[in-house]
Design a protein around this ligand. Structure first.
Ligand code: HEC
Length: 107
């Protein structure tokens, strides 16, 4: 009797782990509502920003997801610096970064 209870408790907690870890992964669909603030720069081939000086905007579509994650985290925590990207990354949550990295990696 007691063993059954323990087994079902274990099952329930492992199910919880499975569900909570999938919720953490980058969500491409969610990113489609978030990328409007990126597409103006990153989805135009050969685009240059005039700030801070005339600057080539890197192409991020098709880049490795892990690379995009690291780049955005680096802007957010200040270890990589660029006036525009640092400001934008500061406004992103960890989940936003995961979603956007998954979205651009899949483009
Ligand atoms: C105003 C134009 C602009 C906007 C808007 C913008 N970016 Fe950027 N982004 C840049 C520029 C310019 C760089 C290159 C900066 C540098 O050299 O560090 C860059 C760099 C990056 C990089 C690093 C690429 C690499 O190869 O190292 C990533 C990732 C990135 N942006 C993602 C995003 C995401 C996601 C958004 C939207 C939340 C966004 N950017 C919005 C202009 C922009």
């Amino acid at each position: 009797m007691k063993q059954k209870a323990i087994i079902s408790l274990l099952l329930a907690s492992s199910m919880f782990l499975v569900f909570s870890s999938t919720a953490q992964a980058g969500d491409v669909a969610a990113a489609k509502e978030k990328n409007s603030m990126c597409s103006g720069c990153h989805e135009i081939d050969g685009y240059r920003t005039s700030y801070p000086t005339t600057y080539n905007v890197p192409k991020i579509g098709g880049q490795h997801e892990e690379y995009l994650l690291k780049a955005l985290e680096a802007y957010r925590n200040g270890s990589r610096n660029h006036p525009t990207m640092t400001a934008i990354a500061a406004s992103l949550s960890e989940q936003d970064i995961k979603d956007l990295a998954a979205y651009y990696a899949g483009k």
